[in-house]
Design a protein around this ligand. Sequence first.
Ligand SMILES: [Zn+2]
Ligand SMILES: [Zn+2]
Length: 385
Amino acid sequence: MKALTLSAEWAPKAGYDMTARERELRRPRNGNMVWKRPSIELGEAPDPSLKPDQVMLAIAAVGICGTDMHMYETGKDDYMMYPGLVCAPNILGHEFAGRVIEVGADVKDLSVGDLVAVEEIQWCGECSACRRGFVNHCLDIEEIGITINGAMAEYLAARARYCWKLDEIAERYGEEEALVMGAMVEPTGVSYQGLFNRLSNWKPGNNVVIFGAGPIGLAAQALIIAAGAAQVIVFDPSASRREFAEKMGASAALDPSGIDLNDAIMAHTFGRGVDYVVECAGVADKTIEPLDRCLAVNASIIDIGMGETPPTLPIVAYKRMGVQMAGALGHAGGPFQQVIRMMAAGRIDMRQMVSDRLPLDDALAAFKRLESREDAKIILQPNLN
Ligand SMILES: [Zn+2]
Ligand SMILES: [Zn+2]
C-alpha cells in the first residue's frame, strides 16, 4: 500500500540520560534529544495484517497535525523539534477516520461498512494511571502515527476498543463529510479534555481568552462557544489564523505582538477580567506568564499547548484571585464520544478550519505548505474515489 513514512538518524545527544529500555527499543521519551535529520517519504509499505481484536480500516481522511510537523521539522542543530515519545521509521497520521473493511474474529460491536474515528492513544488499561481512569496518561502507552504505524496510508488495522462510530454524524451530513469531520474528532478531543475534564468548573457566561488559533485553539474556541462562553478573545500573530478565529465566532482576534496583554484583555472584558484562559500556543512563558492584572476572581488557566520554555508564573496573583491552573495532555476515551455527539448535533463544525482536502499523493507538498502555519488544517484523503 501507499504510505507516508517518517525516517530519522539515531544520534542521542551527549548527556541525554536514556533508560536501557529506551535504547533497546529505540523508543526515546524525548525525540528531540535523539532523532537527527528527520525526513518524510511517500512510498510503498507492507499492507497491515489483522489481529482478532482489530478491524481493518480503509483510511478516508487524515489530518496533518502540529505534532506531525514537529516530527519532521528540525531546530538549528538538525534534531527533530518534537519533544515527546517517538519512533522512527514510522508511518505518520494520528487524526483520522476510516471505513471498516474487515472485522477480526473477536470484535463484537463493529461491522464491515461502519465509519469510525480512532483514539490516537493506545492505553493499556492495566497500569495504575489507566486503572484510575487517566488513560491518556497511560504508563505503557503506544501512540498511532507516533510510536506505531499511523493513518497516512491506504489501510490501518486498529483495535476495536479504540474505535468510535460516526454513524450519527453521517446521519446528518452524509458519509463523506462524516469521515472528514471524523478526522477532526481527535484534535477536538484534545481541547475538550483540557477545557472540561482537567478542571470541573466551567460556567456558561465566562469570559474566555484563547492563546493560539491553530487547530487546537480553534477547536477550543468552537467547544467553548457551544458551551456558552461570553466574550471569547483569541490571540495569534498570524493574520490568516486570526481570520479563521473571527470566521468561527471569536469576539475579538488580536495580534499579541508588542501589546500589553493585561490591558488588552481588560479592555475586551469591559474591565471584568478573564475567567477562563486556554493556552494552545505552546509558549506559556509569553502567554500565561504575563497575566496577572487581568485575571478575574476564581479564574482558571488550562495549559494545552506543547512548549519547551518553562514559564515563571505569578503565583502571588493566583493566590490573591483564587486562580486554579491545570495542565492537559492529549485525550482520554470519553471526549471522543462527547465531540462526536456535538458534531452530530450541529453544535460544532470543525470543517470551518479545513483549508484544503488533498489526495495522499500531495502529502509532501501539503507538509511544505504548512511550514508557514498560515493554514489551519489540511486533510489528506488516501482512499478518495
Ligand atoms: Zn494531532
Ligand atoms: Zn495504561
